[in-house]
Design a protein around this ligand. Structure first.
Ligand code: C2E
Ligand code: MG
Ligand code: MG
Length: 285
């Protein structure tokens, strides 16, 4: 009887596993067509800073979306891990960089300039001619690399610290800013801070969530703020959703923030409708 059950559960496991593998296989194949079919789209979320008593937009973060012809909108949390496993992530990164540079050019021609951050999955760095292709894109579009920031998920830095340092120094040699994304989730975060050439850290959303309800999260945030004061590292809070969280951060002197409390990620044309940015929307084309 027990043996029979065991066999059944094995069969179920195998079936689920098989359908996941098939799903991933299908998405991987679709992804290869997605760039040419214009199915990827960048959304931009404003990055805020509290300056002289008010909060202003100081930059944008590019966030990718996939409009799949059959499956509809697919979020990056679903397809980025798949792209990482297949290696296709390098193509996505270069597509995003190119798209961001072209968008910046369009905005420059309208008299506007922004600092834009791009999310980067670091594990393929040094492969697929990424360095060469990056410099080509920057050269072709003539975008000042100082306008581009790279956000690297903390989890990739864990794998190989030597390669990470090499990669970050390379990025920095372009003039690109480096921020560690999801800071605090990994146990050796502090070690990275000491050894990596980074400009900033983004305190993970899960800590910001705890403001007002979890005193441990609050204590960690305050400690990180203090820590950054002693270094030249910028600190940014992500996932700020409420006035309570905002007030807490300002009270503790954390002035750079991002989150739904201010703006959600939106398409380039909607960015141009934000009154504060002062785009001339009188002529529609
Ligand atoms: P991330 O870089 O930490 O981006 C922040 C995520 O939180 C975004 O989700 C954003 O839409 C969402 N968010 C922003 N403010 C709030 C808030 O106040 N509350 C809540 N609940 N969420 C907020 P999204 O766009 O789905 O991206 C998820 C993750 O996928 C990103 O996390 C990033 O790691 C990755 N990703 C996005 N675009 C790219 C890309 O172009 N390349 C790579 N490699 N990864 C990307
Ligand atoms: Mg990010
Ligand atoms: Mg983030």
């Amino acid at each position: 009887k027990a043996k029979e059950n065991g066999k059944n559960s094995f069969a179920i496991f195998e079936k689920e596993n098989h359908s996941n593998i098939k799903k991933e296989f299908d998405l991987t194949n679709d992804m290869i067509l997605a760039i040419n079919n214009n199915e990827f789209k960048l959304f931009y979320q404003p990055k805020m800073e509290y300056i002289d008593g008010k909060v202003v937009i100081v930059g944008l973060e590019a966030l990718i979306r996939w409009f799949h012809p059959q499956k509809g909108l697919i979020y990056p949390d679903v397809f980025i891990p798949i792209a990482e496993r297949s290696g296709y992530i390098s193509n996505i990164f270069l597509w995003v960089l190119n798209e961001v540079c072209n968008q910046l050019k369009k905005w420059n021609s309208k008299g506007k300039d922004f600092n834009i951050s791009i999310n980067f999955s670091a594990q393929r760095f040094g492969q697929d001619n990424i360095y060469t292709n990056m410099s080509k894109i920057l050269e072709n579009t003539k975008i000042d690399p100082k306008k581009i920031s790279i956000e690297i998920d903390e989890k990739y830095l864990a794998k190989n610290i030597e390669t990470s340092i090499e990669m970050l120094n390379y990025m920095k040699s372009f003039g690109i800013n480096i921020t560690i994304d999801h800071f605090g989730i990994n146990y050796s975060s502090l070690n990275y801070l000491r050894s990596l050439p980074v400009n900033g850290m983004k305190v993970d959303m899960s800590f910001i969530n705890g403001i007002g309800s979890n005193t441990k999260d609050e204590a960690i945030i305050v400690a990180l703020i203090e820590l950054c004061k002693g270094t030249d590292i910028d600190i940014i809070a992500e996932g700020v959703e409420t006035k309570e969280q905002y007030d807490f951060l300002i009270a503790h002197d954390l002035k750079k923030m991002q989150g739904y409390y201010f703006y959600k990620p939106m398409q380039a044309e909607d960015i141009e409708k934000i009154p504060e940015l002062g785009f001339d929307n009188s002529v529609e084309d």
